[in-house]
Design a protein around this ligand. Structure first.
Ligand code: NAD
Length: 269
């Protein structure tokens, strides 16, 4: 049975966009109806099914978000600059939205919140199942372990990643801060250098490593008196994000408005 819930994909020629197109092909809830990328992309006009390696889909790579008009949901994995206009466009045209793009400014995050009054939005810096389980675990660990355990978050990504620290590392830090009942803005420290002195209690250290082809690694270390606990997550393929993004789009089918995250999509709340 063909679904009537029409999907548009932005950043469709990108690493994530192509895998999202591939997995949307397996969905019984959404069906690909539009795909676009930046106007200067050399593959504009090509069939996106061929681009994604799943055979002809009859959907051509467009150079404009206007292609998404009439669709029910847009999955956006493009760039921080582009996402701002995609959010506005979706709110104005009644298109539900899945935002996976990271490195968004506070203003764009506020725009997402505002848009969610008009359309339903899933916004998550990491759409993988495993990391979302980790988010809920580190929140509980921080709450239970208390002041005597120092928390450090170390992330590693490929050398083309634009933003640092990763959206996921920030998400993990927020989960830890909420477990500790502190404000992340007050307690976060990004790397250390020089005569920094003794480590204050409840500081949350965040460290970004960049190199090679690393898809995404995150470790949360709880260093306490006489013991260290580390929880780690490694991504072996981007497909975990792409599957999660399609699942998020399916979750939005029939929803009118509201702001959701992957914890909602996966029923982890
Ligand atoms: P990529 O560079 O391979 O792809 C991005 C695509 O967006 C490119 O094809 C680019 O041409 C396109 N683009 C740029 N400007 C555009 C515009 N104005 N309109 C339409 N398309 C435009 O990058 P990627 O690895 O696919 O990652 C994309 C984003 O997704 C990044 O912000 C990345 O950090 C994020 N990401 C999020 C998750 C998650 O789970 N939330 C997982 C992986 C990556």
């Amino acid at each position: 049975m063909t679904s009537e819930f029409k999907l548009a994909v932005s950043g469709a020629a990108g690493r994530m966009g192509q895998r999202i197109i591939a997995f949307s092909n397996e969905s019984k809830i959404v069906s690909l109806a539009a795909a676009f990328d930046i106007a200067t992309h050399p593959r504009i006009g090509d069939d996106v099914g061929l681009l994604a390696g799943i055979g002809e889909k009859g959907v051509l790579l467009s150079d404009s978000m206007v292609a998404a008009k009439g669709c029910n949901v847009l999955i956006d994995f493009s760039s921080a600059e582009a996402t701002e206009s995609h959010i506005k466009f979706c709110a104005e045209n009644g298109i539900n939205l899945v935002v996976g793009t990271t490195g968004l400014s506070d203003k764009v995050k506020a725009d997402i919140k505002k848009a969610s009054e008009k359309v339903a939005v899933v916004f998550a810096p990491n759409m993988g199942v495993g990391i979302n389980v980790l988010l809920s675990i580190v929140n509980k660990m921080a709450a239970v372990l208390g002041d005597e355990y120092d928390v450090e978050i170390i992330e590693a990504h490929h050398n083309k990643k634009k933003d640092a620290p990763s959206g996921t590392a920030i998400g993990l830090a927020e989960a830890v801060a909420s477990g500790m009942q502190v404000s992340l803005a007050e307690k976060a420290i990004h790397g250390r250098s020089g005569l920094v002195g003794a480590r204050p209690k409840k500081e949350i250290g965040i460290h970004a490593v960049r190199g090679g082809d690393i898809i995404g690694e995150h470790t949360v270390m709880f260093a306490g008196p006489g013991e260290t606990i580390e929880v780690s997550h490694s991504v072996l393929t981007r497909d975990v994000f792409a599957k999660g993004a399609v699942r998020a789009a399916e979750f939005l089918a029939g929803k009118k408005s509201g702001l959701f995250n992957m914890q909602d999509v996966l029923g982890l709340k």
